[in-house]
Design a protein around this ligand. Structure first.
Ligand code: SAM
Length: 464
């Protein structure tokens, strides 16, 4: 990566907390151990108190504004946990690190050699990726959009903190915006940089002469919300494609529909409701697909839901075996009732840290057709608990093509690790991020965390 190697390495080192003053010496092994137990307990209490206050505040704000949208409301009520919590106390810190590393890897792979890049982060959440873009030192402008206004406020704060610490940082702006139901060209800076309202199927003029001014549109762990309906999926693609200039990249991470297809087929086979052709086909394909029954051994931030189950509330669901989730039954029942869905037709899978539950009918052949509105509930320890929608991969790829987005790359998370773990930059980065033990050592994620990571894949499309 040429002459700015040193700078990049510096920029990627974990940032210091502004509350620690004077600045501590960097990277002294064992420094943390000198904190006394009382200090730690005190810090933990203070953190808990801050979280409680933030939850209360978010609840009040949400009520006052009369927020109806369930996803937005959910993310608005998510408490901001400190970096310290995410790195030390979290039960899924291995998964957090792993997912963050995969995001960094995708960013690095497709950021390209140019400088002064303009980045549009759709579903930016609390600004967890700001540092990743800053570390590249290639960004001139970053705009983050997300409908959860509380998250946007936190993203602004995070940026302000980075501004205080960094000698130089890109210009950033943040907007509370539904990026699937609304046109992003209404935001002045997005329009100014360039967004083509004619992007989309059958518009030859736009394809030839049009195009936006953005180099990269990034959607990390977010696009699955757009597949609630055809209208939203198309609204999302119109924004993405409209914003990108020719040669621009659309990158992201989403749940892998191959995993969902496989699980749905397994479920119907077990129930005896799979069509005969699927019985054969699934057996043949089984080896190629990611499996949850395997014996093998920042800042993605899966925010904790306010009311996730307490220890001891867990139980097996539906009495099903092998890979069935162990938790969250009460919560799901409640979600189901609110949702008006019937339980018996659904099923769930997962492990003790994550689970996926389809509340209603699923296609016996595992083909999600039409490709919109296939809702499931995703539960993750300390994390999101909102309805999500299957993004049937092939249908999405075909639709993206109608918007001049050509698939360049798609990888399940575990394959990203296998391919990139020894990269000269990403290898050492994985050690700094706590994904792997120092000196090219073993993965620090547990097998259950890796199973949870297997649920996702990452992608890149080029605007043509
Ligand atoms: C799991 S979080 C991911 C946040 C961040 N991209 C990251 O990787 O840490 C999913 C985000 O998608 C956002 N989202 C949901 N619906 C959206 C919409 N219609 N437009 C834009 N973002 C949306 C949520 O508010 C939430 O911040």
């Amino acid at each position: 990566m040429g002459g700015d190697d040193q700078g990049r390495k510096r920029a990627r080192e974990p940032s210091r907390s502004p509350s620690r003053s004077p600045p501590r010496q960097r990277k002294r092994p064992g420094a943390g151990a000198r904190l006394s137990a009382a200090d730690r307990e005190e810090a933990r209490k203070r953190q808990q108190e801050r979280e409680r206050e933030a939850e209360e505040r978010a609840k009040r704000d949400a009520q006052q504004r009369g927020v109806h949208d369930v996803v937005k409301q959910h993310y608005n009520m998510v408490p901001e946990r400190g970096r310290e919590f995410r790195k030390t106390d979290s039960k899924i810190k291995g998964l957090r690190s792993f997912n963050n590393w995969v995001k960094s890897s995708t960013i690095q792979k497709f950021i390209g050699d140019e400088r002064n890049l303009k980045i549009l982060d759709i579903g930016c959440g609390k600004g967890g990726d700001l540092q990743k873009w800053q570390a590249s030192r290639k960004v001139e402008l970053y705009v983050g959009c997300d409908p959860a206004d509380v998250s946007i406020k936190q993203a602004k704060d995070r940026y302000a903190e980075q501004q205080r610490k960094a000698r130089r940082i890109f210009h950033a702006e943040f907007y509370a915006k539904d990026c699937f139901g609304e046109w992003l060209g209404d935001i002045p800076i997005i329009k100014e940089v360039g967004i083509d309202p004619a992007a989309g199927p059958g518009n030859a003029m736009s394809q030839r002469w049009g195009g936006g001014g953005w180099d990269i549109v990034t959607m990390m762990f977010c696009m699955h919300y757009a597949f609630e309906s055809e209208e939203k999926a198309k609204g999302m693609l119109r924004n993405v494609s409209g914003a990108l200039k020719k040669g621009g990249r659309f990158i992201g991470c989403i749940p892998n529909s191959d995993v969902l297809t496989q699980k749905v087929i397994e479920h119907h086979k077990a129930k005896g409701t799979a069509p005969p052709e699927v019985n054969g086909a699934a057996d043949e394909e089984e080896d190629d697909r990611p499996t949850f029954a395997s014996d093998d051994e920042d800042d993605w931030d899966p925010e904790k839901s306010l009311d996730s189950p307490k220890p001891g509330e867990s139980e097996h669901a539906n009495g099903e075996t092998n890979g069935e989730a162990k938790d969250t039954k009460g919560k799901e029942k409640q979600a189901e009732e609110e949702d008006g869905e019937v339980e018996d037709e659904g099923f769930k899978f997962g492990n003790s840290i994550y689970s996926v539950r389809f509340p209603g009918k699923t296609p016996p052949d595992g083909m999600f057709r039409p490709p919109y509105g296939w809702k499931y509930f995703y539960f993750l320890e300390e994390a999101v608990e909102a309805p999500e929608y299957v993004v049937p991969w092939e249908a999405f790829r075909a639709l993206a093509e109608d918007y001049n987005l050509e698939l360049q790359y798609r990888r399940p998370f575990r394959e990203v690790w296998d391919e990139q773990k020894n990269d000269p930059e990403l290898g050492p980065l994985s050690e700094r991020m706590g994904v792997r033990a120092r000196g090219g050592g073993r993965l620090l994620t547990t097998e259950e965390e890796l199973e949870a990571a297997d649920f996702y894949h990452t992608f890149c499309f080029y605007k043509v």
